[in-house]
Design a protein around this ligand. Structure first.
Ligand code: MN
Length: 314
């Protein structure tokens, strides 16, 4: 029965969107000696669920030197999630954590209000490097907490007809990664077997995106090109991937992030003042601690003038 004393309006809940298929080209970025493909943030797409950053590095082979050598640098307001297809990464941080990441495992570093870390190709290595690094934005309820670091040597797997899924973050098909997260999320590496078609269950409340990691793959008939982020929108209960010769595809998703974030350098914040304070503290050797196990100088923060046009901002 109508009640004209209550002037309520229908509000669409967050995530009550629709399936979509939008393609966002990544761009090549130099990270020291290493060239990476930055797939997120890109123009027009800053977040997929809480995921706010996605770098794809490799595949590459090397016989000398260390292609990954990222000196100590600070983070606030985010988690870093590192996943390898091949090779090794050594992680060091200001909590004293030291971890060697190999394919099949995951490193999840939660910055809370402050952490510093370094990542290096270890001395003993296979001469190969192939992987991704992602960040999630921490929600307000978690972004001022203490920092933490988690290394999982193995992540859970889901066997599906035609494929195999490694679930490194969040949940897929009822299988839950032990990695700690603070928002409804999924991060997975979907292998599609040669000549196979695989139907992957999805959470309809999540938005999702795909990045082709290797091989050839089509999403419901649409071929996925390398170096492009395919944004799928929300309200999908499943997706079907097919491959002629076999493929690996990165799947990221989560409930649409309900907060507006500000990103600058390695900081995820809410206001320019927070970013200025974090930069000042890093430059003054306050708050973040030292990565004492790293042999070499740390990274200096860029000039704050870039704050005039925060890049990226969402
Ligand atoms: Mn970092």
């Amino acid at each position: 029965m109508a009640d004209d004393t209550v002037a309520a309006e229908t509000c669409l809940a967050l995530g009550a969107g629709a399936p979509a298929l939008a393609v966002y080209p990544g761009r090549e970025i130099a990270l020291g000696q290493l060239s990476v493909l930055r797939a997120l943030p890109v123009k027009g797409r800053r977040l997929v669920g809480p995921w706010c950053f996605l770098d794809r590095f490799g595949p590459l082979s090397f016989t000398e030197g260390t292609p990954m050598d990222v000196a100590p640098h600070p983070h606030i307001g985010l988690q870093t999630v590192s996943w390898l297809l091949d090779g090794e990464i050594g992680h060091l941080d200001s909590l004293g954590s030291e971890a060697l990441l190999r394919p099949g495992g995951v490193n999840v570093m939660t910055s809370g209000a402050a952490i510093a870390h370094a990542e290096q190709t270890p001395r003993d290595h296979t001469g190969r490097l192939n992987g991704v690094q992602l960040w999630t934005a921490l929600p307000e309820s978690a972004r001022h907490d203490a920092a933490a670091f988690q290394h999982l040597a193995e992540v859970p797997r889901v066997e599906l007809t035609g494929g195999l899924v490694h679930v490194f973050s969040g949940a897929l098909d009822g299988v839950v990664s032990p990695a700690t997260h603070f928002s409804p999320i999924v991060g997975a590496d979907v292998q599609v077997h040669r000549g196979a078609r695989v139907t992957v269950p999805l959470a309809p409340a999540h938005e999702h995106a795909l990045l082709l990691l290797s091989g050839d793959c089509a999403l419901e008939g649409q071929p996925l090109a390398p170096g492009q982020l395919y944004y799928l929108g929300t309200a999908r209960a499943e997706m079907t991937l097919a491959s002629r010769d076999g493929a690996r595809v990165l799947l990221v998703g989560g409930e649409p992030f309900p907060e507006t974030i500000l990103m600058w350098w390695n900081f995820v914040a809410r206001t320019p003042e927070e970013i200025r304070a974090a930069r000042d503290d890093w430059e003054a050797h306050r708050r973040f601690g030292d990565v004492s196990a790293y042999n070499g100088p740390r990274l200096a923060a860029p000039e704050l003038v870039r704050l005039a046009r925060p890049n990226p901002v969402s």
